[in-house]
Design a protein around this ligand. Structure first.
Ligand SMILES: O=P(O)(O)OC[C@H]1O[C@H](OP(=O)(O)OP(=O)(O)O)[C@H](O)[C@@H]1O
Ligand SMILES: Nc1ncnc2[nH]cnc12
Length: 217
């Protein structure tokens, strides 16, 4: 109220910042372009190390095999770094990894972010009290479980897995964490099979992926 007659607090410094911002913006654009080029180069290297095996584990499935990427330390490190760079200033307190391949990437990302790592496991693997969610897969149905007490209501989580196909697994993971009252900020995967429209299953939950596979698995 009455603010219309007054200059907004800090207006002079706003002008100065605007001027400085003008100079900085140019630098920022250059820096962003460089970061973008670097991002693209790292993603290209990661993509080139992923092996595709036709008809595994069933006829018609184009299996995206990340084990060949793990043989290349630069590509493996780039994968971890790209996730850490994305989440480092986002107040993430939990990295939840989906068994089995989410366990390959999740713990290193969690340590780099100083966040908790939470394993989301296949049934009857966790020894304590669990909550569970059933889901359908591209090739069958399954269930994942999480220890009660692993996440707390004020936690901010990212769910990590190697791949999103139909989205059933990530959807179940998000439900588990949200049932425990925490916020899932995003899901993060190395690979997406876009033709299987997994994002649709996740509604408006953001999914960050590094590599989109050409053909549906
Ligand atoms: O988006 P969706 O259709 O749910 O499929 C993606 C899931 O499928 C794969 O795991 P899988 O269930 O084969 O288990 P594994 O990692 O133990 O082999 C993959 O690692 C994801 O977790
Ligand atoms: N095509 C695929 N490759 C690897 N993992 C998968 N999980 C579900 N579909 C897959």
């Amino acid at each position: 109220a009455g603010g219309g007659a007054r200059a907004p607090a800090g207006s002079s410094s706003t002008v100065r910042l605007g001027f400085l911002g003008g100079k900085r913006r140019l630098g920022a654009v250059v820096a962003m372009a460089a970061a973008g080029a670097d991002f693209d180069a790292r993603v290209a290297r990661i993509a080139s190390t992923i092996r595709v095996i036709p008809d595994f584990p069933k006829p018609g499935i184009m299996f995206q095999d990340i084990t060949t990427m793990l043989l290349n330390p630069e590509a493996f490190r780039d994968t971890i770094d790209l996730f850490v760079e994305r989440y480092k200033d986002k107040g993430i307190t939990v990295i939840a990894g989906v068994e089995a391949r989410g366990f390959i990437f999740g713990p290193t990302i969690a340590l780099a972010l100083n966040a908790k790592f939470i394993p989301l496991r296949k049934p009857k693997k966790l020894p304590g009290e669990v909550i569970s969610e059933e889901y359908s897969l591209e090739y069958g149905t399954d269930k994942i479980e999480m220890h009660v007490g692993a996440v707390e209501p004020n936690d901010r989580a990212v769910v990590v897995d190697d791949l999103i196909a139909t989205g059933g697994t990530l959807c179940a993971a998000v439900k588990l964490i949200e049932r425990a009252g925490a916020e899932v900020v995003e899901c993060a995967c190395v690979i997406e099979l876009p033709e299987l429209k997994g994002r649709d299953k996740l509604g408006n939950k953001p999914v960050f992926v590094l590599v989109k596979a050409d053909e549906a698995g």
